[in-house]
Design a protein around this ligand. Structure first.
Ligand SMILES: *Cc1c(COP(=O)(O)O)cnc(C)c1O
Length: 488
């Protein structure tokens, strides 16, 4: 990578008069007189003037600076950056899929609807739920949809006083945010020293104003909530529902089901657990499942199957359903990728995902816990959290460790989340990484811990090998420069 070229904007490569492309002769020139004068351009547009090789190199260099799971290890805790199999992409890009229009009559898209219905059914089986909607576009969108279902359920029962949602203090930030958008007040439930929900604190906060308890299990610390049957019983006895944040269902696949744990409503992120592409604001999907008795509140459109006629159809209207929460049926090609993932693994291999993800996480954790501070010891599930370096005397922080990792071609783990610890460094290797990749990550993490003792100043100015370094995150967030003219 040419550092000289990188960081230059295409405008800065401009040389007056240089051309890389000739426009075809304008055969409409004599028609210009027919256009209103005020619509005609008076000056030529200020486009960059570059030759073709410079242009091609400029964009190719930029494209290689993009880090993704296809270019390196990406242990972003809670976000499950597992490998996205290319088979999924082939299926999603196939002309029979790409050429579909969502408004086609049902009888012309029976195969597409069957695939959609099959995924609805698979997710219901995996989650232990009665029915799933595939409409929501993201995890947070799924949470909002699920909470709206809960709202509709309480309204239906006349429990209008239920205006509060309980959220553990270890929850993902989207939980309280979604509850707020759904019109609820949020009350936080404390965690115990071992990272699990404090059941006594929960009990003291349950009353007939509570609409739901939102939980992640294993929680964001990667710890399984062993008291879940007791918690579900308490919440149900108080007349509230149990919401399961299944954004990251990796450790549970084929092993334990939220429905069997006593949850009533859940969402799953296809772009985490089910290997569909993730990040960059690209399309995601956050399907929502409900237990028996809540199906009628799910939003439309949904796909139903009539076994007598062997016919799939799209339902757009039903009396108790929420209004639309998305256009059409959701991100269809994302859903197909997830279906391809489930089918290509099969039930037996799907049940291997959790044990392998758990093994990988424990391997990395145990290989590093002498040099990084492990606040909650013991067996984790798919992810775990360090509280910065074990040796706090050097003032090297989690941010410095994360930046230094970039020098070695690794994406940083999730940092400063969960908020339970000051220096959270949340690592999720996923099941798709090889032993060799994990070993080289461990070696680099140990090396960084060594550097913290011997050369802390170098660490604090990392990264040193990336195209851009020393960015001022605060300045970038407060005063983003998003136009070329802002830069000069
Ligand atoms: C990622 C995540 C979410 C939010 O999902 P988005 O698709 O980013 O909206 C919610 N909860 C947990 C636990 C997550 O990891």
């Amino acid at each position: 990578m040419n550092k000289e070229l990188y960081g230059k904007l295409i405008f800065e490569c401009s040389v007056p008069g240089r051309r890389g492309f000739s426009l075809p002769v304008n055969t409409y020139a004599d028609k210009l007189a027919d256009l209103p004068a005020e619509l005609l351009r008076k000056d030529a547009p200020a486009l960059p003037e570059v030759d073709e090789p410079s242009l091609v190199r400029h964009y190719n260099n930029l494209s290689t600076n993009n880090f993704g799971v296809d270019t390196g290890f990406y242990p972003l805790g809670s976000c499950t950056m597992k490998y996205n199999p290319k088979l999924n992409e082939e299926i999603a890009a196939s002309p029979v899929v790409a050429g579909l229009h969502p408004a086609q009559p049902d009888d012309t898209v029976q195969g597409a609807l069957e695939a959609y219905f099959t995924l609805q059914s698979f997710l219901s089986e995996i989650g232990g739920m009665s029915e799933f909607t595939l409409n929501p576009y993201a995890g947070a969108h799924g949470e909002l949809t699920g909470l709206m279902v809960i709202h509709a359920y309480h309204d239906h029962n006349g429990s209008v006083e239920r205006d509060t949602v309980l959220v553990p203090d270890s929850a993902h930030g989207t939980n309280p945010a979604s509850a707020n958008v759904a019109g609820y007040k949020i009350v936080e439930v404390k965690s115990l020293e071992d990272g699990t929900v404090d059941v006594d604190d929960l009990r003291s906060k349950l009353n007939d104003h509570v609409a739901a308890m939102m939980m992640t299990n294993p929680n964001t610390l990667g710890i399984f909530e062993k008291r879940i049957p007791e918690i579900a019983k308490m919440v149900h006895e108080a007349g509230a529902l149990m919401y399961y944040d299944g954004a990251n269902l990796n450790p549970m696949l084929g092993i334990a089901r939220p429905g069997d744990m006593g949850f009533d409503v859940m969402h799953i992120n296809l772009h985490k657990t089910f290997s569909t592409p993730h990040g960059g604001g690209g399309p995601g999907a956050g399907p929502v499942g409900v237990r028996k008795g809540l199906e009628m509140f799910l939003p439309n459109p949904r796909v139903v199957y009539d076994a007598d006629d062997d016919f799939y159809s799209v339902v757009t209207d039903s009396p108790e359903a929420l209004g639309r929460i998305s256009s059409w049926l959701g991100n269809y090609t994302v859903e197909l990728r997830a279906l391809a993932y489930i089918l290509s693994l099969g039930a037996d291999n799907l049940a291997q995902v959790g044990p392998l993800a758990t093994l990988n996480a424990n391997y990395v954790k145990d290989s590093l816990k002498d040099v990084y501070k492990l606040p909650i010891d013991g067996r984790c599930k798919h992810e775990f959290v360090f509280d910065g370096l074990a040796d706090k005397s050097t003032a090297v922080t989690t941010l410095h460790v994360a930046k230094r990792l970039l020098d070695f071609g690794f994406h940083a783990p999730t940092i400063y989340f969960p908020l339970l610890f000051h220096e959270s460094l949340m690592i999720e290797p996923t099941e798709t990484e090889s032993r060799e990749t994990l070993d080289s990550f461990i070696a680099v993490m140990r090396r960084i811990a060594g550097e913290a003792a011997t050369d802390p100043e170098m660490l604090k100015t990392a990264p040193h090998n990336t195209p851009v370094s020393g960015c001022d995150d605060t300045e970038a967030a407060l005063h983003p420069r998003v136009k070329f003219s802002d830069l000069s």
